[in-house]
Ligand binder design. Structure first.
Ligand SMILES: Nc1ncnc2c1ncn2[C@@H]1O[C@H](COP(=O)(O)OP(=O)(O)O)[C@@H](O)[C@H]1O
Ligand SMILES: O=C(O)C1=C[C@@H](OP(=O)(O)O)[C@@H](O)[C@H](O)C1
Ligand SMILES: [Mg+2]
Length: 167
């Protein structure tokens, strides 16, 4: 554990396992854990879906950027929301003290896992298709990651072990 980065930052599509695998990683490595979606909800005093419904997806991205820029932790697993990569400034901040991991799952697996997307507060324009969203995001996750984990077909423990082995 001595050579581990200060933080491990999980990025990837909604449904890729950032929140659930993040907890497993924290336990396994003796790190703290923070899910930035929960920080957004606490700061806004409402759920992600309520923010999107009331103020729109760009407002959610703006609050997300603020929360990420305020984040100051060490030896933590940071599970970001899928839209974190829209802020270049926030990603630069996270990369200062952390190794960024891309949990990569294909589009069909993303759709299966997120289920009813109307409840998940996905940050996308009203006319944007999931195929388009996937392509747009994929390029961003690829751009920012230090470690790229192909998570498709792996269970959560296997993803956890693959991340540890890759760091
Ligand atoms: N490796 C996996 N295999 C199968 N299902 C998974 C896996 N990782 C996560 N899931 C499931 O996918 C859904 C989304 O997981 P979650 O951790 O919330 O993803 P994210 O935080 O990236 O949106 C949950 O129902 C979770 O149990
Ligand atoms: O991908 C997205 O647009 C979003 C994903 C969510 O987090 P998860 O990736 O943890 O589901 C959350 O940040 C927000 O509702 C927007
Ligand atoms: Mg999550």
């Amino acid at each position: 554990m001595a050579n581990r980065p200060d933080n491990i930052v999980l990025t990837g599509m909604p449904g890729s396992g950032k929140s659930t695998v993040g907890v497993l990683l924290a336990k396994r490595l003796g790190f703290g854990f923070v899910d930035t979606d929960l920080l957004i909800q606490q700061k806004a005093g409402r759920t992600l879906q309520e923010i999107v419904d009331a103020e729109g997806y760009l407002a959610l991205r703006a609050i997300e950027e603020e929360v990420l820029l305020e984040l100051a932790v060490e030896r933590h697993i940071i599970s970001t929301g899928g839209s974190a990569v829209y802020s270049q400034q926030a990603m630069a901040h996270l990369k200062q003290d952390g190794e960024v991991v891309f949990l990569d799952i294909p589009l069909d697996e993303m759709m299966r896992r997120i289920g009813d997307h109307s409840l998940r507060g996905i940050s996308r324009g009203p006319a944007q298709s999931f195929t388009d969203l996937f392509q747009e995001r994929f390029a961003l996750y690829q751009h920012y990651c230090d470690v790229w984990v192909k998570a498709s077909g792996l269970n959560q423990d296997e993803v956890c072990e693959t991340v540890i082995a890759a760091l």
